[in-house]
Design a protein around this ligand. Structure first.
Ligand code: BYC
Ligand code: FE
Ligand code: FE
Length: 477
């Protein structure tokens, strides 16, 4: 199969010889990386996966059994609707760019590289999880997320190779060299170097970290650099499944944890082999506080520049806002001044990271209300809370001070004294890890999690989502 056949695309790859050559050179390195850093084991098994094959909203993907290394990582840009103008910032109303404007080359490359870097990072973080999947359905969903993050890397590498010449090709190579958690060559953003080695963490990651992805991609889908806007729009189509995996995954752990709490005479879910709700809350506290860092500093001249130049807009900039310059506005935030919280007025353009973070926090709180509804239905009296954004920060304005989950200032000593109530302890992690015993048989599920309400692609939960070609020993080795 030629490369143009093996890469489904709508970017006319066949006729762009230079791009084709660059991708032909990069593809073997990508596959080598996938072999080394992608899911460990299962590479010879047939997984029932969705593959993007077109940009038609009614039928953009199809499902089939495929071995992961044979997955067809394609390149798709959402089609343009007529002439597009830059939607915001100082260049509002001018024609959007089909090529990179010389003066914006550096910052645009940086944004694309930062976005790109997260995609392989997440695959690396999740590479061992297949071995402990709680069900065949979850195993398949993990691999679906993994191959699509791989495709997101392709989407960004396409931009780097097509629009950034030799620099872009070098950046594309470096994306396969950095490694999540490696002290010498780490991934760029903090969260993407955290361990994600238990399934509760996987669900938290797809709930909270992939959700940062949704908001960042949405902001980039407003971009005046048209290829970036269209690439990220299409990535968002796939992203909703990742968020679904996280949000419903947490919900299923909550459901089971609540059931087992009710079932135990002393209300101890761990007695029945489940995850108790206070432990789930600690995982929420950890992963939410790690993910909110991804929005950057509260007061940011970078964010102001991205907006002013028309590279990165607000969430749903075109639909939600009537005024797209954001020159006059003032944003009032809780700032730290001499160890105290004070209200501070910030020019809106410098507060745009915070504006995006607001959207994100509201979305997380919506999901949390759903989890609480699930708990309530079991008759248990317990409420989850999304911690305040100031809690447990190591970057930005709040980093130098300590706050409790409600966002109130506490001393460093108070924080340390209560750390084990708020964040996972080594014992909590060991307990959760002890539950991570693989259940790979069709229709079966681990005891610590409830089954999903339905399966994937109209199939039942009890369906063969993975056909193990190799012997069980080999695939589990
Ligand atoms: N870790 O003005 P500041 C996804 C750096 S997730 C480490 O505060 P800025 C996905 C920053 O680079 C979405 N460093 O921040 C999810 C700067 O460095 P310099 C990924 C950090 O630049 C799951 C300095 O601190 N996409 O897709 O406004 C699975 C101060 O900068 C961090 C994007 O992020 C951090 N957390 O905002 C798979 C979109 N935060 O200049 C995929 C592209 C900040 O001092 N990125 N720094 O060297 C951006 O738009 C911006 O880079 C950020 C940072 C919003 C991330
Ligand atoms: Fe992604
Ligand atoms: Fe994702």
């Amino acid at each position: 199969m030629s490369l143009t056949d093996s890469i489904p695309n709508n970017v006319d790859l066949g006729s762009d010889k230079k791009l084709l050559r660059a991708l032909e050179k990069w593809q073997p390195d990508f596959l080598k990386w996938w072999g080394e850093m992608g899911p460990e084991g299962f590479q010879q098994d047939q997984v029932y996966l969705r593959t993007a094959i077109s940009v038609d909203p009614a039928g953009w993907a199809h499902y089939e059994y495929v071995k992961m290394p044979d997955y067809r990582w394609g390149i798709f840009l959402t089609p343009r609707e007529g002439e597009r103008a830059i939607g915001f910032g100082d260049n509002e109303g001018q024609k959007s760019w089909d090529e990179v404007p010389g003066e914006l080359r550096g910052i645009l490359r940086r944004i694309i590289v930062t976005q790109a870097d997260t995609e392989p990072a997440s695959v690396e973080q999740q590479r061992l999880l297949g071995k402990t999947a709680p069900s065949m359905y979850d195993l398949r969903n993990l691999f679906q997320v993994n191959v699509e993050e791989g495709r997101h890397l392709w989407a960004m590498v396409h931009l780097l190779q097509q629009y950034f010449g030799r620099d872009g090709r070098e950046e594309a190579d470096s994306l396969l060299v950095r490694r999540s958690g490696n002290p010498d060559t780490p991934r760029i953003l903090g969260t993407f170097n955290e361990k994600t080695d238990d399934w509760l963490s996987f669900f938290m990651f797809t709930m909270f970290t992939d959700r940062d992805g949704k908001y960042q991609l949405a902001a980039l889908s407003e971009s005046g650099f048209d290829p970036l806007a269209r690439a990220t729009q299409f990535m968002l189509t796939e992203e909703s499944f990742h968020l679904f995996t996280g949000e419903t995954g947490v919900e299923r752990v909550v459901q089971r944890g609540a059931e087992l709490t009710k079932a135990d005479p002393n209300g101890d879910a761990r007695k029945g082999g489940g995850i108790d709700l206070p432990t789930i809350q600690k995982w929420i506290n950890f992963w939410f506080s790690s993910a909110v860092e991804l929005f950057g500093g509260e007061i940011s001249s970078n964010a102001a520049d991205y907006f002013a130049t028309g590279l990165k807009g607000r969430f749903r900039e075109r639909e939600k806002y009537g005024e797209h310059r954001a020159m006059e506005g003032i944003y009032t935030m809780d700032a730290v001044d001499g160890g105290r919280l004070v209200q501070k007025e910030v020019p809106l353009r410098n507060a745009l990271n915070e504006v995006l973070r607001d959207e994100y926090v509201a979305d997380c709180e919506r999901a949390c209300r759903k989890w609480n509804h699930t708990v309530k239905k079991t008759g248990l009296d317990f409420e989850f809370k999304i911690p305040n954004r100031r809690f447990n920060r190591s970057m930005g304005m709040y980093a130098g001070m300590s706050f409790n989950p409600a966002g109130e200032p506490v001393t460093r000593e108070q924080f340390e004294a209560q750390r084990s109530d708020w964040l996972p302890t080594p014992e909590d992690r060991a307990y959760v890890r002890s539950l991570m015993i693989p259940v790979h048989e069709k229709g079966k599920i681990a005891n610590w999690i409830a089954p999903p309400k339905q399966g994937v692609d109209g199939k039942p939960f009890d369906w063969e989502y993975v056909r193990f070609e190799a012997s069980a020993e080999t695939s589990d080795a």
